[in-house]
Design a protein around this ligand. Structure first.
Ligand SMILES: *Cc1c(COP(=O)(O)O)cnc(C)c1O
Length: 330
């Protein structure tokens, strides 16, 4: 889909798609709170506005994109059902959204996904198929299941309605907090970063949008700097929601135009940020959900004297893992 000379890609969503998604999501998604912390402001010299998507339905922002994408399907396709592959939060989001919208859901998940995420997905009534993420081609497996049943594939990030749905979180954040100088977003495959960048460009012109990846999984940073999609092996990181190996053509198409920079943080910085959220702000945040905040709290982004939006993207973490990481013994 990528044009040979980086030409515009047909089918890229725009802010109008984010606005339409916000209408579809009204009354279905939570309008999550925007939290502030004097301690965090004092540590950074900034005014920080944390968008608490750990408190979103199914525990992460992914409900937005999933619900928007399934809502947009023609009724016949919705009735046949949807299928997806995901390391967890997109799976739970598709499972819940499909139940709410009356679409059967099949979810292909890695067998080493956190137990809470597998159980949560089954609990929402979806059919779960497990695969080996280091050996098996999940997309081929998905096609083999989807084709005979006529299921619609809803991928975790590289889909216009998913991107537009995720962008609604930035729209709400800017509506609540007012114009921002910087918006810092956790980055896996780039659905959230791309959608948020569309919303920020429209609603807070001039806002710098920064993506944050795990240091071991910096394919997005390399892609951004090289001007082409770089693919890496599955990264080992505690940020299990950001173990994607490459940006998508759609997400990269938006990110390269609208994002100012992509920075990285270490697993140790993520664990320290989990401790900060638990002890100071009294909230449970999963490792991946700490990416943006870790970059801000550890000085990877220039925020001094600025108004800064920070996405807390999810809160789904096994309590045993939460206890281990927040105890600081990991
Ligand atoms: C999926 C996910 C991300 C990354 O989102 P992308 O749209 O793939 O970039 C970040 N945080 C959490 C909690 C997630 O579930």
């Amino acid at each position: 889909m990528q044009g040979e000379h980086g030409a515009a890609i047909a089918g890229l969503p725009t802010y109008a798609d984010v606005a339409r998604a916000a209408e579809r999501l009204a009354g279905a998604a939570h309008r999550t709170p925007v939290l502030t912390s004097r301690t965090a402001d004092a540590m950074t010299g900034a005014k920080l506005f944390f968008k608490a998507e750990n408190l979103q339905r199914a525990g992460a922002f992914k409900f937005r994109g999933a619900y928007n994408a399934i809502s947009a399907l023609p009724e016949a396709a919705r009735t046949r059902g949807v299928i997806t592959f995901s390391s967890g939060n997109h799976a739970q989001a598709i499972a819940l959204a499909s139940r709410l919208l009356g679409a059967p859901a099949t979810i292909i998940m890695p067998e080493d996904a956190p137990a809470a995420k597998i159980a949560g997905t089954r609990g929402y009534g979806a059919e779960v198929v497990l695969y080996d993420r280091y050996g098996q081609d999940r997309e081929a497996l998905g096609r083999a299941i989807a084709e005979p049943r006529g299921l619609t594939l809803i991928p975790p990030f590289n889909h216009p309605d998913v991107i537009a749905g995720q962008g609604t979180l930035a729209q709400e954040l800017i509506e609540t907090a007012g114009p921002l100088d910087v918006l810092v977003v956790c980055l896996g495959g780039g659905g959230m970063l791309a959608g948020c960048a569309l919303a920020a460009a429209e609603l807070s012109p001039g806002c710098r949008v920064i993506g944050v990846e795990p240091e071991t999984g910096n394919d997005g940073q390399r892609s951004f700097r090289d001007g082409r999609i770089v693919t890496i092996p599955v990264p080992r990181t505690i940020a299990d929601g950001a173990q994607s190996t490459a940006l998508g053509a759609l997400t990269f198409g938006i990110i390269r135009e609208r994002v100012s920079d992509i920075v990285t943080v270490t697993d140790a910085q993520l664990a320290e940020t989990m401790r900060f959220f638990a002890s100071r702000m009294k909230i449970v945040v999963e490792p991946t959900g700490c990416l943006a905040a870790a970059a801000v709290l550890h000085g990877q982004v220039d925020v001094r004297d600025k108004r800064v939006g920070v996405v807390i993207s999810g809160g789904n973490v096994d309590l045993a893992t939460f206890a281990r990481l927040t105890a600081g013994t990991a």
